[in-house]
Design a protein. Structure first.
Lengths: 299, 226
């Protein structure tokens, strides 16, 4: 058993070395496949980042009556934070709100000074995870015991924008998933075809091995080993290409997506990415070999 | 030992490779199958190796109907048979030594047995010095001797030789035939398919003549008559 296994591994390794032409071609094609899968992994990070960037811009503000005390508002904040649909609640004090307003519209300085002590701009900015959750939050606020303290909420005013943003992010997400699936299938088929070609060039060899009485596993084994070795080297090559590539692309990506540190993400997930690459390489190599060789082992 | 019983092989209604063929081969016999190209010689050998299935009839090897053997058990049948072909069928990426050793590795021989038997058989075929060479580095005669060494090394009960001298010059043909006769004298059954008249006439062994898929002659100490 162990002798056979050792012979299978040795035979796979020797053939891998001696079939240099096919080996290099297979590693190259597999590296393309693994690059595509790695790109999808990074693309998914970029998609998630841009979606969260967009969704972060969405919130519902609750404004309070001029007579409302800060302590009451903070209590309401606590209550709202307990609603399961609520992702976060931010309290913006009267002073902070006025400061933000003046930063945006400096020409209002005089008007605000005239209303000193009379105008309460304090608010709670509420964020939810999903668009439809805002309706539940709005319903809660309309029927809450503290509803008499609320001046107004801007939910119904902002509802169309919120729904639009969430439908856009949903579409981005879904398109990303579908595109990723299609590209992953194409990548697998490209690698599979290369392995199939390599094995079909060994058709005669497989025939000879059958004739001398080798069992199907003794014939199949070295091809699987070659698939594993090719996959491993392809993953290594891909990794060596991606480290400098992501390093140089990362600052350029940050121009389009402020706050996105792609290289940091790459390094932070280095082992996960390498594991995905290795598993993709070995998986594609082994599965393709098993499927491709079946045809020649039937008799 | 080997019995072909009313064997027919029809590829399509127009292509009848074998038509109701019956004969027996005894242990240690040297049998030549002769006939023109397309007479059915190679088909007979393929049927014996269970590479093909007969359309009708049965083939027995050591009283076992070989086409009733499960596919997973076929390697065990093939280990009792050594095969030699006109185009040598050596493994391209293995050296001469590794090609011969492969037959032993496949049956699970120990490393010690492999070292001993491969060296011995390479000695027999006269290629001890070329063991490191790849098939592409060997001449036609040398390739065929390696193929014979591989067919012989696991001590099969029978060796099938399909046109083993088809690609060789008269000098190497004589060498290969001497080798096959020597192996036969040691007790291995040989089935030789050829259309080399000179080879058959020199052998003085049993000759089965095929024509259009039928046996037209089966003679002890036969000659090549077509």
């Amino acid at each position: 058993m162990f002798t056979s296994l050792e012979r299978i591994i040795r035979s796979g390794w020797i053939t891998f070395k001696r079939q240099a032409g096919f080996t290099v071609a297979t590693i190259f094609i597999m590296a393309i496949t693994i690059s595509l899968i790695t790109s999808l992994f990074l693309f998914q990070k970029i998609t998630k980042f841009s979606i969260s960037l967009l969704q972060d811009k969405v919130d519902v503000s609750v404004y309070f009556k001029d007579t409302s005390l800060e302590q009451d508002i903070l209590e309401i904040k606590e209550q709202i934070a307990k609603i399961p649909e609520v992702k976060s609640v931010e309290y913006v004090s009267n002073e902070e709100a006025k400061k933000r307003l003046l930063e945006k519209y400096p020409e209002l300085t005089e008007s605000l000074r005239e209303t000193q002590g009379m105008l309460n701009l304090a608010s709670l900015n509420i964020k939810a995870g999903q668009a439809d959750q805002y309706t539940a939050i709005a319903n809660f606020l309309e029927n809450a015991p503290f509803k008499n303290l609320i001046q107004k909420t801007d939910y119904y005013q902002r509802k169309p924008v919120i729904e639009r943003i969430f439908s856009i992010t949903f579409a981005i997400n879904r398109t990303g998933v579908v595109l990723s699936l299609i590209l992953a299938i194409i990548a697998f088929l490209v690698a599979f075809n290369q392995v199939r070609l390599a094995i079909s060039s060994s058709k005669e060899e497989i025939f000879i091995q059958r004739l001398v009485g080798a069992s199907n596993w003794f014939i199949r084994g070295p091809f699987l080993i070659q698939g594993v070795i090719s996959g491993f080297f392809a993953a290594l090559v891909t990794l060596l290409i991606f480290i400098p590539l992501v390093y140089f692309l990362s600052p350029k990506m940050e121009v389009f997506f402020p706050g996105l540190n792609l290289f940091g993400y790459f390094i932070g997930n280095f082992f996960l990415i390498f594991l995905i690459q290795i598993l993709t390489g070995i998986g594609v190599g082994v599965i393709s070999s098993i499927i491709a060789i079946r045809k020649y082992l039937k008799v | 030992m080997i019995r072909f019983q009313k064997i027919s092989k029809i590829y399509s209604p127009n292509i009848v490779a074998l038509d109701d063929v019956s004969f027996e081969i005894q242990p240690k016999e040297f049998v030549s199958l002769v006939g023109k190209s397309g007479a059915g010689k190679t088909t007979l050998l393929e049927l014996l190796l269970a590479e093909e299935e007969p359309t009708q009839g049965r083939i027995f090897f050591d009283n076992q109907d070989i086409h009733k053997i499960k596919k997973s058990k076929l390697p065990f049948l093939r280990r009792k048979i050594g095969a030699v072909f006109q185009d040598y069928k050596l493994l391209r990426f293995k050296t001469a030594y590794e090609n011969v050793a492969y037959a032993l590795e496949a049956i699970g021989a120990t490393d010690e047995e492999i070292r001993r038997d491969v060296s011995e058989v390479l000695e027999i075929v006269g290629l001890s010095e070329r063991f490191r060479n790849f098939p592409v580095e060997l001449s036609g005669g040398e390739k065929q001797r390696i193929a014979i060494a591989r067919a012989l090394v696991h001590r099969p009960e029978v060796i099938l030789a399909d046109e083993p001298t088809g690609n060789l010059d008269p000098y190497h043909t004589a060498g290969i035939m001497r080798l096959l006769l020597g192996i036969n004298e040691l007790g291995t059954t040989i089935i030789l398919a050829t259309h080399n008249k000179e080879v058959i006439n020199k052998l003085g062994k049993r000759v089965i003549t095929l024509e259009d898929g039928k046996i037209i002659r089966d003679e002890e100490k036969g000659r090549f008559i077509l």
